[in-house]
Design a protein around this ligand. Structure first.
Ligand SMILES: [Zn+2]
Length: 82
């Protein structure tokens, strides 16, 4: 049975409409907070164990943050030598 999750919000994703089924898996059209529309499999974003929390921008942001952190640390290390 298909549970309607239209209008629900999961992290950065807001469910806009049902898209389609593949076997027993349902796919939903979601709008991310960044404005991007993505179609995602329900079990990839709508449950506690789901790893998808955005269209992918969240991951990009946090990884660029990590890069910046690493850069800062390197600069701090360089500074100790001078
Ligand atoms: Zn996004």
């Amino acid at each position: 049975m298909l549970v309607d999750i239209t209008g629900k919000r999961y992290n950065r994703l807001e469910v806009k409409a049902f898209s389609h089924m593949v076997g027993k898996r349902s796919y939903w059209v979601c709008r991310c907070d960044c404005g991007k529309i993505v179609t995602l499999r329900k079990d990839h974003f709508a449950y506690k164990f789901s790893h998808q929390k955005s269209c992918g921008c969240l991951h990009r942001e946090s990884s660029s943050e990590r890069m910046r952190e690493r850069h800062e640390r390197r600069r701090a290390a360089l500074c100790k030598q001078c």
